[in-house]
Write a protein that binds this ligand. Structure first.
Ligand code: ADP
Ligand code: MG
Length: 361
């Protein structure tokens, strides 16, 4: 069992490029933590610091209660799986998986047992005598995972392991990784991705990274339902949450906000929603409903996309901003060019001021 604790962790690359600052995070043993964030936000850097492949330039990293800042990678009890599989092309699957154990001078019996066990877990038994070139991309990635399993690490680190796979294989391999985790409940996994669907489906908790720090940490649905800032609100969920500028016109048990195209009421208690305060009202596309009554938003449908189970309506953007998007259940055709009024339930409305949520802290 191994938990990890990051305290004030920083990274400045040579040349004084500060990439991460003041990262504080407690990871419990047995968790599957996912780091998400836009490209270049420092996900790989953070993972590589945990692995020991990159120097920590500030703060401390503890594994199992022991500070490991200066402990070499091989002695940290962790294994890392990369986006590129980096298999040895001239070795069979069995030899690839056995390689690290051979280097560690394990006995042939021990090596055989570890490889057999890992191959079973990953359903690689039929391919043990093949070379990597005779495997599919998904099978190669499983061999790469198998190489780390044979060492029986306490912590597994994955850096975008599925991003080289095509869409169908990505889904299948994602499910395999979830099953692998279930088969090893006491092993800790940290998984990096820029794909929010992977994050939502795999994670016990998601860490959203942005602007050199942690934007929010929480269970997947907690981030979806109670984002603490506009960044997380728009990063989690697809299409992104709509943000409509408005002004607070009534406070109390309910906060009423006047918008360009209507009014909206939030029934969630607010912090600092003073009269006259300029706010952004957040409504997820899937929380919009058509209405004949008082609208939150009224606009002309510019484009529709019928996906079968839902239809996306894109409204004509005003002033070059992002279009407002509504996601309606079912098939809606012939709405292009029509004026449409939308509303939302008061408990589904989000309010932000200066980028921070007025509802969830
Ligand atoms: P992510 O994995 O989230 O896409 P990275 O951790 O790879 O982001 O990179 C974060 C930032 O650090 C980027 O701006 C990148 O250019 C910079 N960076 C990464 N590696 C180095 C390095 N060895 N030297 C200097 N800057 C680096
Ligand atoms: Mg990366």
């Amino acid at each position: 069992m191994a938990g990890l604790k990051l305290t004030g962790v920083e990274k400045t690359y040579a040349g004084a490029v500060n990439v991460l600052k003041d990262i504080n995070l407690d990871i419990e043993a047995g968790e599957l933590i996912v780091f998400v964030g836009p490209s270049g936000c420092g996900k790989s850097t953070l993972l590589r610091m945990i692995a020991g492949l990159e120097k920590i330039t500030g703060g401390t990293l503890e594994i199992d209660g022991q500070v490991v800042n200066d402990v070499p990678p091989a002695q940290r009890g962790i294994a890392m799986v990369f986006q590129s599989y980096a298999l040895y092309p001239h070795m069979t699957v069995r030899e690839n998986m056995a390689f690290a154990l051979k280097l560690a001078k394990k006995s042939p019996d021990e090596i055989d047992a570890a490889v057999t066990r890992a191959a079973k877990m990953l359903q690689l038994d039929p391919y043990l005598d093949r070379l990597p070139k005779a495997l599919s991309g998904g099978q190669r990635q499983r061999v790469a995972i198998g190489r780390s399993i044979v060492r029986d690490p306490k912590v597994y680190l994955f850096d975008e392991p599925l991003s080289n796979l095509d869409a169908a294989l990505r889904v299948a391999t994602r499910i395999e990784i979830a099953q692998l985790k279930e088969s090893m409940p006491d092993r800790t996994m940290i998984y990096v991705t820029h794909d929010q669907v992977e994050a939502m489906t795999l994670a016990t908790r998601i860490v959203v990274l942005a602007n050199k720090g942690i934007a929010q940490v929480g269970a997947p649905l907690e981030l979806y339902e109670r984002p603490r800032n506009e960044f997380v609100a728009q990063f989690i969920g697809s299409p992104s949450m709509n943000l409509l500028p408005g002004e607070v016109v009534a406070t109390g048990a309910q906060t009423r906000v006047r918008l360009a195209g209507g009014e909206v009421v939030s029934s969630v208690p607010t912090v600092d929603a003073d009269l006259g305060r300029k706010v952004n009202v957040g409504v997820r596309p899937e929380d919009f409903m058509l209405t004949d009554g008082a609208p939150v938003y009224t606009g002309t449908v510019d484009i529709t996309e019928a996906l079968g189970e839902v239809t996306l309506l894109y409204f004509k953007p005003e002033g070059g901003a992002h279009p407002v998007i509504a996601k309606l259940p079912g098939i809606h055709t012939g709405m292009r060019g029509q004026a449409v009024s939308l509303t939302a339930e008061p408990d589904k409305v989000h309010l932000f001021a200066d980028g921070q949520s007025l509802l969830y802290r």
